[in-house]
Design a protein around this ligand. Structure first.
Ligand code: C2E
Ligand code: MG
Ligand code: MG
Ligand code: MG
Length: 277
């Protein structure tokens, strides 16, 4: 069975269905094989300045190019990778592909950073920085060209030790984005102690802002809070021109969403950039 996702035909199986079909063991075996065959690839989604409409960066999102045809979206394999110890390899491959994409974009004159999603428990591992630095050095990527995205809830989960690691990244010049911000209920006091650079507002606020006065107010507060803490603020999931304009009027600097583009493979990304020039 197939479903439309990002406008592309994806292999549609829910975790439950997949488990029923192959069993967890089979799916895990497939995933392990996919990772060693480099079948997990990055798709890139542009990040835009809401004030100038300029391209300011890309986010790398994982897609599983399944051997049976079709693409499997991350929600269907990231949790499995996390619970089976495969996530470190996977996140590392995404980082490597992002470095390669930065170089490919550079060769056509586009110099913008790419942000990579990383599982919170990964960056606190003892050899994380060693691997991270080595990868960037091998690909000759400056630290300010890679950003990391960690969800607010995973930051809270690793509360006791994460900030030490976040400050190492900040010292290197790596900007950390707090992903899905607003859904993890961290306190203002806690947030102001974190070595992070970007607040990435969860799409749920963007989608509800026009119907719900409460969400509008929360969104307004998050943007003001981010701006006053000297953080860059980006909203995700912008689908309409109206949402874009509302966010701009509330002082939100950057945005990302289907209004601008869906996530695309590297070759399509290059075509997309050419149509913008
Ligand atoms: P995220 O990092 O919050 O990514 C945003 C998600 O929203 C992406 O879904 C993106 O395709 C989707 N999106 C962007 N703009 C719009 C829009 O305008 N409308 C709608 N309806 N959706 C939009 P995706 O690619 O399915 O990724 C889901 C989540 O999986 C990500 O959420 C991220 O947490 C995780 N993920 C993706 N790639 C990786 C990875 O390489 N490593 C890790 N650890 N997690 C990843
Ligand atoms: Mg993200
Ligand atoms: Mg997000
Ligand atoms: Mg998310």
């Amino acid at each position: 069975e197939r479903a439309k996702y990002d406008g592309i035909s994806y292999l549609a199986f829910s975790n439950e269905l997949a488990t029923a079909m192959f069993g967890r063991y089979e799916l895990l075996k497939d995933l392990r094989e996919a990772i060693s065959n480099d079948d997990i690839v990055i798709y890139l989604q542009p990040k835009m300045s809401l004030t100038t409409n300029a391209l300011v960066g890309f986010e790398a999102l994982a897609r599983w190019n399944h051997k049976n045809g079709g693409l499997i979206p991350p929600d269907q394999f990231i949790p499995l990778a996390e619970s089976s110890g495969l996530i470190d390899k996977l996140d590392q491959q995404m980082l490597q592909q992002s470095c390669q994409a930065i170089n490919a974009l550079k060769s056509i004159g586009i110099n913008v950073p790419i942000s990579v999603n990383v599982t919170g428990s990964e960056i606190i591992r003892p050899n994380y920085f060693e691997n991270f630095k080595k990868l960037l050095e091998d690909e000759k990527i400056p630290y300010d060209m890679i950003e990391l995205e960690i969800t607010e809830s995973q930051i809270i989960e690793e509360k006791s030790s994460i900030n030490t690691h976040l400050s190492v990244l900040k010292t290197l010049g790596v900007r950390v984005n707090v992903d899905d911000f607003g859904t993890g209920y961290s306190s203002l006091a806690y947030l102001s102690t974190l070595s992070v650079s970007v607040l990435k507002i969860d799409h749920s606020f963007v989608w509800r802002m026009e119907e719900s006065e409460k969400d509008w107010q929360v969104l307004k507060m998050i943007i003001e809070l981010g701006n006053s803490l000297g953080l860059s603020v980006i909203a995700e999931g912008i689908e309409t021109q109206q949402q874009r304009e509302h966010l701009l009027s509330l002082g939100c600097e950057n945005g990302q969403g289907y209004l601008f583009s869906k996530p695309m493979p590297l070759d399509k990304t290059i075509d997309w950039i050419k149509t913008c020039l």
